[in-house]
Write a protein that binds this ligand. Structure first.
Ligand code: ADP
Length: 231
């Protein structure tokens, strides 16, 4: 209980700090966005509208990141729509493919014979999938640069649920690490936040689902996300 209270304190503090930083960064971004828009006709005349477009989309991306970070420190109610599991997984794989290519990992998506639908906040659940695929790629990278890493993704029905499996042959984890996996700020990475899995866990719980994990140090990890199916 003490541990949980400590985590809540840390999360509450993170919430306060991130809210004020986000606010302070958003104001200058809004000003930059406004002035670029004023400059846009001039850039167009110079044949440089592409630059304006990039600046605007990168500002929007920075805003999105701030927004996500703010969201990660306070739970939000999912905005649910019905989507097919097949399209959701395809999209997540597509978005991960360029990074996988750079890191020399192969992502294999196995299509299920059963069409399945879930009612989910697409943005939130996609964030969970992308985070797990990214973790799998990082785990593979840890093994070595000439290692042929494979990430297997599949989805199968299990009663009223779908089990989405993300399996990698990366460096794996021992029991002690598995026990701390979902703790906020638990990370073994130099540039990690340790927020990915704690946020993922909350998102899936908010969808009345569950996350299970098993891992063997030195051989790989398997994550199973269960979500209620739309009948
Ligand atoms: P971050 O990726 O920022 O470290 P996460 O909460 O997503 O934060 O992950 C926490 C830690 O769990 C990682 O630093 C890593 O040590 C471990 N981990 C997560 N996924 C895997 C995996 N697929 N294989 C091995 N270790 C993993």
């Amino acid at each position: 209980i003490e541990q949980a209270a400590y985590q809540n304190d840390k999360l509450a503090m993170l919430g306060k700090i991130s809210a004020s930083i986000a606010h302070e960064i958003r104001n200058p971004l809004t000003a930059i966005r406004g002035f670029i828009q004023l400059l846009r006709p001039h850039l167009l005349q110079l044949g440089k509208d592409e630059y304006a477009r990039i600046i605007l989309s990168e500002i929007d991306r920075a805003n999105d990141i701030i927004y996500e970070f703010l969201n990660s420190s306070k739970p939000t109610a999912p905005q649910k729509v019905v989507v097919s599991i097949a399209s959701l997984l395809k999209e997540a794989v597509l978005l991960s493919e360029s990074e996988a290519l750079m890191k020399g990992c192969e992502i294999r998506l196995k299509e299920s014979a059963t069409p399945m639908n879930v009612s989910i906040d697409v943005k939130q659940v996609k964030q969970v999938l992308l985070n797990m695929i990214k973790n799998a790629m990082d785990a593979i990278e840890e093994v070595g640069s000439d290692y042929s890493g494979v990430i297997d993704i599949s989805a199968e029905p299990d009663g009223k649920y779908v089990n989405i499996t993300i399996q990698d042959n990366g460096n794996g984890m021992d029991k002690a690490m598995l026990g701390r996996l979902f703790d906020p700020f638990f990370t073994t990475k130099e540039k990690g936040t340790g927020l990915g899995l704690s946020v993922s866990y909350r998102i899936i719980k908010n969808h009345r689902g569950n996350i299970n994990v098993d891992s063997v140090k030195g051989s790989g990890t398997i994550f199973v996300i269960s979500l209620p199916l739309v009948p």
